[in-house]
Write a protein that binds this ligand. Structure first.
Ligand SMILES: [Ca+2]
Length: 472
């Protein structure tokens, strides 16, 4: 096994793939120089697909290396079962690491808690989920104790402005949750860790999740910058399952009106710019402590955001790449390598094996995940499975009451709707923006059959095996 190396894992909430400069060729509306620099001396995965389009199920896959139907956290509002799942911090602990988490984690429901948050294996776990309903998490507790006036004005803003328009938050940058989370992580790097042991540090940002409320100076950064209009085609949902039409219709007044959607897009990028500055501060703290050559930094998101594309906003049980394809960048800031761009399809289940590999704490697949990097940051040491799987479980009262199974390769995506037709089929090679559902297209019958077989084989291959008892 390679010698241990610290690992800093940074996960944002609801951040699109194309919000990073390294994924847009440096477009003017993507101001993320720090993550771009990480990619320029590291590895950028450009077909990284999450296992579920909303928070908790996807995060549970990331933290356990398992698919939804394996770890059991099937919807927001459920807790990750502890007795049947080993988490990333538990695995690092077993390998002799100290572990800490600051910020959003969301492995249990966001409600007013009557019992302590489970630590899920972290030695230090300061959870700040970002939602105004959870008013006494670590950040809001700090804000209420130290800046009661800002606490009141923040909640007032949230309730008055809602989640359907952009506004500039009155919160000063130094008291913003993104800044607070960064400060807690830096404090850990500088003062709180045991200097004789390697560490796994997890940092969870609530932004750029709605509300669309960046603080200054980020909020004004985009005042004079043009952002692209959302991608939308009239009638594009006609051949999709019915819930698409209803959702898009309900949001047309926002997503189809430039006066409404353009400020939202700008606010989203402003929040991403704020996060990027904070990533830079964390990397600088590593440098100041002389740890930048001994620490791998990994940046990703739990799922994406429509941001007006397809006439939609936020997220939901929709498996378009707006939600399913997210940023994934990794590097060792003080030891840059020849940059690599990996376009193999990778999965959220692969992060546990990858983070352990970067830390020198595992050197093979873990649960259902494969290593995306070896300890020397060489990509795909376990090979490529060639596809990613996502799952959505039926739930009465939710927009789609069907169980969805998605398989996505580099060229194609099939979404199987259990008990409902049509499903969805996209030819990504010629329709990267997924405007045309070809599920019922006779000319695509072979592709549909082939992907359905591949999906079936995936479930067969994962069938639990009973223990071998000897004999015959
Ligand atoms: Ca999320």
């Amino acid at each position: 096994m390679p010698s241990p190396r610290n690992v800093v894992f940074i996960m944002t909430d609801q951040q699109r793939f194309d919000t990073l400069g390294c994924n847009t060729g440096g477009a003017a509306w993507t101001r993320t120089p720090n993550v771009d620099a990480l990619a320029a001396g590291g590895v950028n995965f450009v077909n990284h697909i999450v296992t579920n389009p909303v928070c908790s199920p996807s995060r549970a896959s990331i933290f356990t290396g398992k698919y939804i139907t394996e770890h059991g956290l099937w919807a927001n509002g459920c807790s990750l079962p502890q007795c049947t799942n080993r988490t990333i911090p538990q695995a690092f602990s077993q390998a002799g690491f100290q572990t800490a988490h600051f910020g959003k984690l969301h492995l249990v429901p966001i409600i007013i808690r009557t019992r302590p948050h489970p630590p899920y294996g972290f030695d230090v776990c300061e959870v700040a989920e970002g939602d105004q309903q959870l008013i006494d998490d670590a950040y809001f507790h700090w804000l209420r104790q130290n800046h009661p006036d800002l606490f009141v004005s923040y909640l007032t803003e949230m309730f008055q402005q809602g989640h359907t328009k952009a506004y500039k938050s009155l919160m000063p940058e130094e008291c913003h949750q993104t800044t607070w989370t960064t400060g807690r992580a830096i404090d850990y790097i500088r003062n709180r860790r045991n200097r004789n042991k390697p560490f796994f540090l997890s940092v969870g940002y609530f932004d750029p999740h709605h509300a669309w409320n960046p603080c200054e100076p980020y909020a004004s950064m985009y005042d004079k910058i043009d952002v692209p209009a959302p991608k939308f085609r009239q009638g594009e949902h006609d051949k999709r399952p019915a819930p698409y039409t209803g959702f898009a219709k309900g949001l047309a007044g926002i997503t189809r009106e430039p006066a409404n959607i353009t400020p939202i897009i700008k606010a989203n990028h402003a929040m991403c710019a704020h996060i990027d500055v904070c990533v830079g501060k964390i990397i600088q703290a590593l440098r100041d402590e002389g740890l930048d050559k001994d620490t791998a930094v990994v940046f990703t998101a739990d799922h994406g955001e429509f941001l007006g594309n397809h006439g939609m906003l936020w997220k939901g049980p929709y498996m378009l790449d707006d939600l399913m394809k997210v940023p994934l960048v990794a590097g060792v800031p003080g030891s840059p390598r020849q940059p690599a761009v990996v376009d193999e399809v990778t999965s959220g289940v692969d992060l546990m094996a990858t983070l352990l590999s970067l830390g020198g704490a595992a050197d093979g697949p873990v649960e259902s995940g494969q290593r995306l990097l070896d300890a020397e940051l060489a990509p795909m040491p376990d090979g490529s499975r060639g596809y990613a799987i996502a799952e959505w479980e039926a739930n009465k009262g939710r927009p789609i009451n069907a169980s969805l199974r998605m398989i996505r390769t580099k060229e194609h995506k099939l979404v199987h709707y259990n008990g409902q037709s049509p499903g969805e089929l996209y030819l990504l090679g010629e329709d990267a923006d997924e405007f045309e559902n070809r599920y019922d297209d006779a000319s695509c019958a072979d592709i549909r059959r082939q992907l359905t077989m591949q999906l079936a084989e995936h479930y067969m291959a994962r069938k639990p095996r009973v223990p071998y008892e000897g004999g015959w």
